[in-house]
Write a protein that binds this ligand. Structure first.
Ligand code: FPP
Length: 251
């Protein structure tokens, strides 16, 4: 079935964020090492990126490595970093061909040097692409990001370039790592866990949440199609009444 089947093309979420969970359990179920699950997860990344491009989604943000993931066993961190380097190396040409631009959010200084270099090279090479923006959240956590934003804002106030009274929600948004990226419309989390796990907590304020029991390596184009259909059935009220929302869409 085509990924666009049954989808209203005029109401595609502009920004989809994904917590890709369950790689380890997927592998365990198959009697395999966790790394095998991450490798299969990288294939799902490929599928979902392709599908988002086909659908005309503008931003896809993937929680690829959280700040808390630094506490995992050393061998698993190394394998994940190696997988990142390998994927970036193998996929950059295809990303350019498909007009996909790579962006990254997170404390990238913490990444091993080769990962940081490959990533910045990929970001530079894809900077000309005008299609889907694939945002990799790496060494990322919301609390880290908000703390950094507070530090930046406080510095501007201290230096006199910003008045305390002029701090608005926009000031906060502009000082986050996602500055210039619109807030997600839809958050997808796989593997049956019902948590946000320190991901885009400011930006998800009005996102629609979609949870599925499916493990990430099993989440393909058909699963994405179902998630978008579910999203399109919902009414986004942003705190207003149904009547107000209907009047606005009729205008
Ligand atoms: C969560 O599953 C997944 C991760 C911590 C890593 C996600 C990484 C990938 C999908 C691979 C490569 C990514 C890119 C962008 C190429 P888990 O290990 O927490 O699973 P579990 O909860 O079942 O243990």
């Amino acid at each position: 079935m085509s990924v666009t089947e049954g989808i209203d093309k005029t109401r595609i979420p502009k920004h989809i964020a994904v917590i890709m969970d369950g790689n380890g359990r997927w592998a365990k179920q198959k009697g395999q090492d966790r790394i095998y699950g991450h490798q299969a997860g990288a294939e799902s990344v490929r599928q979902i990126t392709e599908a988002c491009g086909e659908l005309g989604v503008e931003y896809l943000t993937l929680y690829a490595f959280s700040m808390e993931n630094w506490d995992r066993p050393k061998y698993e961190i190394e394998a994940l970093m190696a997988l990142l380097v390998e994927t970036i190396e193998n996929e950059t040409d295809d990303l350019i061909k498909n007009n996909v631009r790579i962006l990254a959010i997170g404390d990238l200084k913490k990444l091993p040097e080769d990962v940081e270099q490959k990533l910045s090279n990929c970001m530079q090479r894809t900077a000309v692409c005008t299609g889907l923006k694939l945002v990799l959240a790496l060494s990322y956590s919301s609390r880290w990001e908000i703390t950094e934003a507070v530090r930046k804002i406080a510095t501007q106030v201290k230096e006199g370039s910003l008045e305390l009274e002029d701090i608005t929600e926009e000031t906060v948004s502009n000082n986050l790592a996602t500055n210039s990226i619109p807030d997600p419309d839809l958050l997808i989390r796989t593997s049956g866990e019902l948590r946000i796990s320190n991901f885009l907590m400011w930006q998800l304020s009005y996102a629609e949440l979609y949870f599925t029991d499916m493990y990430w390596p099993d989440f393909g184009k058909e699963e994405l199609r179902k998630a978008i259909i579910d999203y399109q059935r919902r009414e986004r009220r942003f705190g207003k009444t149904s009547e107000q929302v209907r009047e606005e869409t009729e205008e």
